[in-house]
Ligand binder design. Structure first.
Ligand code: GYE
Length: 365
């Protein structure tokens, strides 16, 4: 049922674009023929440049290094030279700002809307408005909890629960190989922005592994994906739980903050649990600093999260422009980074995932 509506929508959209292009062409022709003499002087190559594809991009904010890299990826892909006009709006972590941006994009009659939603719920109304206006919406990075899948054209991003399962499987293997009993693992989770797909998936990944493996999950506390909050929250957690020996940070910026708090408390961040170190696990692996921390064993394992999503969005838009149907959900490829080769690979859901040991050369690159 929705496929039909979607196809119809696309046909209308394509007709619209053809019509717009036709109007442009007519205007150009009448301009030339309206002044006969001059038209003879116009060289052939000055024919009107093709109209750029206009994209309204509502980014949720600038809370982390991952986010900055993601914005950069979009900006360097959708350039004027590549035939696009990118209208960028920073939502500053507020859904209301993002909704306002989408409504403005609709008024501007953009060709496509790309939305990286701050949280999953509450998008139905504005997505319906975009649909009614015949503007395809491509979701980026995080997902929306829409009552009807036809409210968005497709989504490009990461499998966050899988990321969580990969790093927790790494922890399971690591502790087995080091002879550490599951009952000796006392974890805290510094979560991301509550209600964001990345938080929901990664939190699920840990909760499930803790239960399956018999680890003690001491606390789950929001850290908003920021360094400042990561530091604040970790300082409190260290005061509250004396036996805390693993911190699962839902992104690297929180991990940077958590490490500051660990060091300020006179403790050491590291993989050697038997020597009383506090193991830090995190996600992203975007910034050089994160790689350095893994190299120094301040962060033991990072579940990579790939922010380079501009090219995939471009591919999707290319397909839509040609009247093709892109995949509804496209996942980016992601690896894992660790300090040493204790665990060379992990197996999740019957699939093997390689683990890359961070070297000095990798950091230089
Ligand atoms: O991991 C974090 C960012 O949604 C994947 O959001 C994204 C997450 C990323 O702020 O650093």
């Amino acid at each position: 049922m929705y496929k039909f509506t979607e196809r119809r929508e696309k046909e209308m959209r394509l007709q619209n674009r053809i019509l717009k292009a036709g109007i442009c062409l007519l205007a150009a022709v009448s301009l030339l023929t309206g002044c006969d003499k001059k038209s003879e002087m116009v060289p052939a190559e000055t024919s009107p440049a093709p109209k750029p594809v206009v994209i309204g991009f509502s980014q949720l904010g600038a809370e982390s290094d991952w986010r900055s890299a993601n914005t950069q990826s979009m900006k360097t892909t959708f350039t004027a030279e590549n035939g696009y006009q990118l209208i960028f709006e920073d939502g500053q972590q507020k859904q209301s700002n993002q909704i306002r941006a989408i409504r403005t994009f609709i008024q501007q009659d953009v060709d496509y809307i790309v939305l990286a939603p701050v949280t999953e719920t509450g998008w139905d109304t504005v997505l319906q408005e975009a649909k009614d206006a015949g503007i395809p919406v491509i979701l980026l990075d995080r997902q929306v909890d829409a009552t009807d899948d036809s409210l968005f054209t497709c989504w490009v991003g990461s499998d966050f629960e899988l990321e969580g399962r990969k790093v927790t499987e790494w922890l399971r293997q690591y502790t087995i190989r080091k002879g550490i009993d599951p009952s000796e693992i006392h974890i805290v989770n510094i979560q991301g922005t509550i209600g964001a797909s990345a938080q929901i998936g990664r939190t699920k990944g840990l909760a499930r592994a803790a239960e399956e493996n018999g680890w003690e999950l001491l606390a789950e506390v929001p850290g908003d994906f920021t360094q400042t909050k990561g530091r604040e929250v970790m300082a409190e957690l260290l005061n509250m739980y004396e036996d805390l020996n693993v911190v699962y940070c839902e992104n690297d910026n929180e991990a940077f903050g958590a490490i500051e708090a660990i060091e300020a408390a006179g403790k050491k961040a590291g993989s050697d649990l038997q020597a009383g170190e506090i193991m830090v696990i995190s996600f992203d692996g975007v910034k050089k600093e994160a790689m350095e921390y893994v190299y120094e064993d301040k962060i033991s394992c990072i579940g990579e999260c790939n922010p380079e999503q501009g090219a995939m969005v471009q591919e999707v838009i290319g397909k839509l422009e040609r009247g093709e149907t892109p995949e509804k959900f496209s996942y980016v490829q992601e690896g894992m980074l660790t300090h040493d080769d204790t665990v060379p690979e992990v197996m999740v859901g019957g699939k093997k995932y390689p683990v890359t040991v961070v070297t000095g050369e990798m950091i230089q690159e």
